[in-house]
Design a binder for this molecule. Structure first.
Ligand code: PLP
Length: 497
């Protein structure tokens, strides 16, 4: 049935250049799907990175924007080139940074999310998208143990979630800052450990407090925050008239996966009236595992939580939860008024406008790929795989311990294992720093596996962070074999001065 009736000859003629007919979409979409399936076939066993140069990639993807349309065959060939010149973070050998593999159902439904083009900033533009997102928020809020009045939404990455959370903290510490700015107001301080993610410093900068407002609390031998050092820094600030605005506990530090003592930090936050933010961007995923969840002990007392679904929940980029204990805080910090978005809610039944509960107004339907991933696999499959990643990190640590020319840089935590290559008889730690840094880079360039680096207590280490559900013990064995092979070559070559 069509709602459209013919109009008179005086109306402007139709311009349909940009409107692909459904049959063409089906044919082209089928070819794109084949390209994706080809990628999937390669991911379990193929190399993690093609050998590339900047100039080579730039040349390969170079194309002038044409005046008229490219033929479908040319478009597909270009897409194939882009795929061929891309890294494979979803492959079994990828262990760098904290970059998840992306679930298959999640990737497939991204087509629908873009096809619907729902703007999840306003309920009226995205009825289902908003309700799916809020359903997801309630699921995780409950799992983390937050109370009934909690809420939250998805934001574009952990950086933005940390910034948003710290804005909530700043606004609670001094409600007048939203309107009047920080000038002339009492100084505010944030407290994170030396291992806290750098986005916290960046947030302090953006919020007008300055990076120096972030106090660096000392860590213990497991690289977790020391509550006694936190108390010492807070006492000094209070004596100087500085307001302790927020304590940032990390559940799974980026470098080594350490978990700060959240419960003890919650006690301190309650005592001094500070906001407790838990950056669980990486480690939050263990909430799905009954076995591992106790490691997050105390997270139910958080005022806010950052949790990246695109890290260890294996969702496609980008989908980060910002969860808050008191949902009304979001509106207090992010409300805005403009005539062009006012609505007469007495007439129309409309739900929450998430564009007024965070920094972003227009928001994409990323909840879909998280939600469908959870439905397609079920909680238990995620829990099993997350537990398996932890088991694999421990297995890797055992293999390191059993290999004379390797040593652990620290005990593995969550799914991260950091180790050092130490050729027999070499005791110069500075030389070993340079050697390990070089070996790590050579491993990445080689591309069969792809670890990254870590600084562990001031020493350079090779770091494997297991958040690809295709990684198995054989990939880890390959990592160690290549470390020894490349390590011996680099050391013997005397390349590292
Ligand atoms: C603990 C932690 N917090 C925040 C971030 C930033 O998150 P995103 O990369 O999603 O912006 C990261 C990134 O690795 C992280 O590990």
């Amino acid at each position: 049935m069509t709602l459209i009736r013919p109009v008179g000859p005086d109306a402007p003629a139709t311009v349909a250049d940009l409107d692909w007919p459904p049959d063409r979409a089906r044919a082209f979409g089928g070819s794109v799907l084949e390209l994706y399936v080809g990628l999937l076939e390669e991911l379990a066993h193929g190399p993690t990175s093609p050998q590339l140069t900047t100039a080579g990639v730039r040349e390969a993807v170079a194309l002038d924007v044409p005046e008229g349309p490219l033929a479908d065959d040319a478009l597909l060939a270009h897409l194939r080139t882009i795929v061929d010149h891309s890294l494979r973070p979803g492959s079994g050998g990828f262990m760098a940074y904290i970059s998840g593999a992306g679930t298959v159902p999640g990737a497939l439904v991204d087509l629908l999310a873009s096809g619907l083009n729902a703007n999840a900033g306003g309920w009226v533009l995205s009825p289902a998208a908003t309700e799916v997102e809020l359903q997801l928020v309630r699921y995780f809020m409950t799992l983390f143990g937050l109370p009934g009045g909690a809420g939250g939404n998805l934001v574009n990455g952990g950086s933005l979630a940390n910034l948003s959370a710290l804005k909530l903290a700043r606004d609670r510490a001094d409600a007048s800052v939203r309107l009047d700015g920080v000038r002339g107001r009492p100084a505010l301080a944030f407290y994170g450990s030396a291992e806290t993610h750098f986005t916290v410093d960046r947030a302090a900068d953006v919020l007008g407090l300055g990076e120096s407002a972030v106090r660096k609390v000392g860590v213990d031998d497991r690289l977790a925050m020391r509550p006694d050092d936190l108390e010492r820094l807070i006492e000094a600030d209070l004596a100087a008239g500085v307001v302790p605005a927020a304590i940032i506990a990390t559940a799974g530090t980026t470098g080594t996966g350490a978990i700060d003592p959240i419960e003890e930090l919650a006690d301190i936050a309650a005592r001094v009236g500070a906001w407790l933010h838990v950056d669980a961007a990486y480690g939050g995923a263990i909430v799905l595992s009954e076995k591992l969840r106790p490691l997050l002990h105390g997270i139910d007392r958080a005022d806010s939580i950052t949790f990246d679904a695109h890290k260890w929940l294996y969702a496609p980029l980008i989908s980060t939860f910002l969860l808050v204990r008191d949902a009304s805080a979001l509106n207090r910090s992010f409300s805005a008024h403009a005539a062009y978005v006012e609505q007469d809610r007495d007439v129309a039944d409309r739900g929450s406008d998430l564009g007024f509960e965070g920094l972003q107004l227009s928001r994409s339907f990323t909840a879909l790929h998280v939600w469908i991933g959870l439905l397609a696999h079920g909680r238990a499959a995620f829990a099993r795989r997350i537990e398996h990643d932890v088991e694999l990190a421990n297995w890797l640590a055992d293999r390191v311990r059993a290999t004379p020319e390797l040593e652990l840089a620290c005990r593995p935590s969550l799914s991260i294992c950091c180790y050092r290559y130490r050729p027999a008889g070499v005791t110069d730690e500075d030389y070993l720093d340079r050697l390990n840094t070089r070996v790590m880079t050579e491993l990445q360039v080689d591309g069969r596996v792809f670890p990254s680096n870590a600084d562990v207590q001031g020493r350079a280490a090779i770091r494997a962070c297991l958040v690809s559900y295709r990684t198995e013990a054989a990939h880890l064995q390959l990592l160690l074999d290549l470390t020894l092979e490349i390590g011996a070559r680099v050391h013997a070559g005397g390349i590292v001065i």
